[in-house]
Write a protein that binds this ligand. Sequence first.
Ligand code: GLP
Length: 263
Amino acid sequence: MRAPHSPDLRELTGLPLPVFVAPSAQAVALALAQQLVDVVGSAQAEGRAPRIGLATGRTPQALYRVFARRVADEGVDLSTLLTFHLDEYLDLPREHPASFRAQMHERLYRHIEHPAVRAHFPVECDQRDDLDAACARYEALLAGAGALDWQLLGIGLNGHVAFNEPGAAADSRTRVVTLSESTRLANSGDFESLEAVPRRAATMGIATIRAARRLRIVALGPSKAGIVHELIHARVGPDLPATLLRDHAGCELWCDAAAASEL
Ligand code: GLP
């Protein structure tokens, strides 16, 4: 994978996982968009479909904008791309604009003409029945596809990854979870009120996420500085689920200067 070319990109060494710090969120987006383009190209050169894991939330939005622009400008071939999502809300009407499927369509897929049949989510947001079976099917789908080439992750203010809230086990798999109040509050900007934020979601588990070849945890802005410090320095354990990814051989943390300010 080509090294990121921003001269201002710094790698911090001596920490429990590789940490890359770029001067701005846009610089992080440019570097990770390059990785995405490279990962897609390498898989295709091997004659197989690229398998990418994607995340929602505010953090990846600049990356999706940069990636979509590169796809349009350079004619990047995404015809065989398969995408897999970390999580999806439950108990929302199918057409709700805050469902992760709707958010991804709006922020990325409509710009790169990625068809819904090749974008996979653990459940649909209005699904009510057989949720455990749907989660088991998602695990089987991922296992059948083969390890994801590259998995993007944000980090919640309480250290959650995907919707693995504090207490999530290292061996957890795709399942239905209850969202913490801090996560509901953090995501309430996408809804008409806090009351309207779902209380349940389906999420890949920690073990599911760890099956990917490369993990890219991204943290941007001053609000993430404290949790980034904890991710690096806290004891590994379920109290801070993101720490359960720290010893993954392909895991890197990518920050802008503000998010790295307490390191
Ligand atoms: C959410 C999502 C995560 C996301 C995290 C951080 O609730 N389920 O996948 O990474 O919170 O979100 P943000 O990037 O908006 O800070």
